[in-house]
Design a protein around this ligand. Structure first.
Ligand code: NAP
Length: 294
């Protein structure tokens, strides 16, 4: 039986770890806030009180934490994975972080005798709960092949996109597309409401044409109800807009829409909506149009 140490059992990591148990892995989970390991234990996994305990006997270590400094701390920190896992362990980082940080951590991993894949995911909370994630993987082909059973347990579309860092670069592009898509949907919703069109009917028919999208399918409920429980928090998408805009700048690529949507995301954070789902970009459009809560 393959043992997986899973670090970060939040909105995404929690259900992903549960799917690994269902697929027959021995899963030892660690979460900073211990209570969040409970669902994994109830699903047949084991809870660990520290990263060291979660990874000591692991064949594979999976990580799902928010940002670049968090991944750095979990991997390279004093009490981290590199200090406590067995040499040769395969590390799969599912978090969405800066491509340059991934590349640097992969080099550090190699120097310490580990193998690392960057494997950020897309598909939202629903994708995690339904084991239907899209997974964009960067790293060595043989490590990708070794990790395939883990990927197949949590994802539907799994693609090896290149060397370390390439997975994160594809994820940055993903976040540019998703944010722009949500912003366009939010503007359409506000426009339709201003004309008193029945929104449910309008979104149903829009969903069947070229305007249809996974964003529309997954986010229309929030747009209709005006409630935005996360999901994917604005503060995390703000992080991702920073990643894509700075990486584009470094490459000399101009992203006019990406820059604008990043500002709108920053505005949502500044007014206190950082803990809401990213579909709360709708609230920003309503504010700009003087139509709050309509
Ligand atoms: P989340 O619910 O906040 O979960 C993050 C987990 O990481 C929490 O359990 C948190 O512990 C833990 N954590 C945070 N900082 C840590 C640190 N320094 N050391 C150890 N553990 C730490 O976030 P999420 O929505 O699952 O997102 C995780 C990653 O997936 C992010 O990179 C995000 O961009 C990406 N992602 C999210 C979605 C989505 O729809 N939510 C979709 C695709 C990708 P505590 O419980 O103590 O806070």
């Amino acid at each position: 039986m393959t043992t997986v140490g899973f670090i970060g059992l939040g909105i995404m990591g929690g259900p992903m770890a549960g799917h690994l148990v269902k697929a027959g892995f021995d899963v030892v989970g660690y979460n900073r806030t211990a209570a969040k390991a409970q669902p994994l234990v109830e699903a047949g996994g084991r809870g660990a009180p520290s990263i060291a305990d979660a990874v000591r006997d692991a064949d594979i270590v999976a990580i799902m934490v928010p940002d670049s400094p968090d991944v750095r701390a979990v991997l390279a920190g004093e009490d981290g994975v590199f200090a406590h896992a067995k040499p040769g362990t395969l590390v799969i980082d599912f978090s969405s972080i800066r491509p340059d940080v991934t590349t640097e951590l992969a080099e550090q991993a190699r120097a310490a005798g580990f193998r690392l894949l960057d494997a950020p995911v897309s598909g939202g909370e629903a994708g995690a709960k339904n084991a239907a994630l899209s997974i964009m993987v960067g790293g060595a082909a043989e490590d990708f092949a070794a990790a395939r059973p883990v990927f197949d347990a949590v994802g539907k579309t799994v693609v090896h996109v290149g060397p370390n860092g390439a997975g994160q670069t594809v994820k940055a592009a993903n976040q540019l597309i998703v944010a722009s898509n949500i912003q366009a949907l939010a503007e359409a919703v506000t426009f339709l409401r201003a004309y008193g069109v029945d929104l449910e009917s309008a979104l149903e028919v829009l969903g069947g044409g070229l305007a249809g999208s996974a964003v529309l399918n997954q986010k229309k409920g929030n747009m209709l109800s005006g409630e935005f429980p996360p999901g994917f928090r604005i503060e995390l998408h703000h992080k991702d807009m920073g990643i894509v805009n700075s990486a584009a700048r470094e490459a000399g690529v101009v992203l006019p829409v990406g820059a604008l949507v990043a500002q709108l995301m920053a505005s949502a954070l500044a007014v206190g909506d950082g803990g809401l789902d990213h579909s709360a970009l709708l609230r920003g459009v309503e504010r700009l149009s003087g139509r709050e809560g309509t």
